[in-house]
Design a binder for this molecule. Sequence first.
Ligand code: MG
Length: 367
Amino acid sequence: MKITAIRVYQVDLPLHEGSYKWSGGNAVSVFDSTVVAVETDDGITGWGEICPLGPAYLPAYARGARAGIAELAPQLLGADPLALGELNELMDNAMRGHPYVKSAIDMACWDVLGQASGLSVATLMGGHVGEDFALYRAISQEAPAQMAERIAHYRSEGYRKFQLKVGGDPDTDIDRIRAAAAVLERGDVLIADANTGWTQHAAMRVVDAVRDVDVYIEQPCLTYEQCLAVRRHTNRPFVLDEVVDGIDMLVRGVADQAMDVINLKISKVGGLTKARQIRDLCVSLGIAMTIEDTWGGDITTAAIAHLAHSTPERFLFSSTDFNSYVSVAVADGAPQRKHGRLAASREPGLGVQPMMHVLGKPLGVFP
Ligand code: MG
C-alpha cells in the first residue's frame, strides 16, 4: 500500500467551561486543532489529529504543527502506511525533533492499518482490556472553594479521579488541595498537577504541608532535576509528565526511581507508535500511566481510547475524554463517556468517520 495524498484541516474547539486555566497564568478558551487525512492507493483514508495545549505548555503550537506537516508530507508520498516502524524512521530522518508534528500522521496510519486489517487499533495494540476504563477530570485553576465545587459537580457525573490544576501561589495551592480532598469519598483519587509551575522551594513547602493528605503530586517544577529533588523529599506518590518526552527520559526516571506514574501524551512523544513502545515498557517495569494527549477533539479522544483500553488495568492510572470538554464534534463514532468511563470502538481502525461539513475545506493538500 502507498500513501497517495495527505490533507490538512483546521478546526476550532471551544470549551464548554469557557476557559481552561493552569500554572503560570496560562489559559486557553478555544483550542486550535489540526486534523490530518492520509489517503492511500487502496482507497482507504486514515485520520489523525494534533491539538497542542496552546503555545506555552510544551514546545509545540498549532500553526507549528501545520507548518511541520507541510514540510514533512511531500516526503511521505509513496511510503507504505502499514509499515509503521519504517514510516517513523522516515519521518525522523526527514525532520529532526518536533515529535508533535509527526503525531497526527502516525495516528492516521494506525487508522489505515486497522481499516486494512479489519481490526480495531486497540486490538492491534494488545486487545481491549475489559469493557471500559476510568477517566480523570481536569479541574481548571480557580479559587479553592470553586475548584471543590467543580469536583462535586463532576463527581455527580461519574468521575472518581480529579486532577487539580495548581502550580500557582503555594499557600493558595495548599488551600486548593485541602479543599478538594475534603469533598472526596473513599476510593476517589486526587492529583495535584503543578504543570512545572512551582519553584523548587515552593514545591518543598507545598508537599510538606499536604503530607497527611491522600494526594498525588504531578510535575511540580520545570526541570527533571528539580522534580527529582522534590520527589526525594516527599512521601506522596509522584507523577512526572512534561519532562517525560520520550523513552530516554522514561529509562532515566526509572533508574533514579524518580516517579511512580508517568503521564503519557501521544503527541508529546511523537505518535501512537512511540507511545505504545513507552506504554509497553512501563507495563514491563511496573510504572503506571495516565494515557492521554495534550488536547484534541473526537479523533484524538478515539486514539487515546485505543491505547488506554489495550493497557493492563492496574497500570492504567487514568485517561481522558477531551471530546467532552469541547463543544464541537468533528467525527462520528468517537467514544463517549459514560459514568466517568470510556471504551474504545470495536470497529476497524480508530472507528471514526469525520464530519466533512465541520472540517470544511483543507488548508493544505499534498501533492
Ligand atoms: Mg500533567
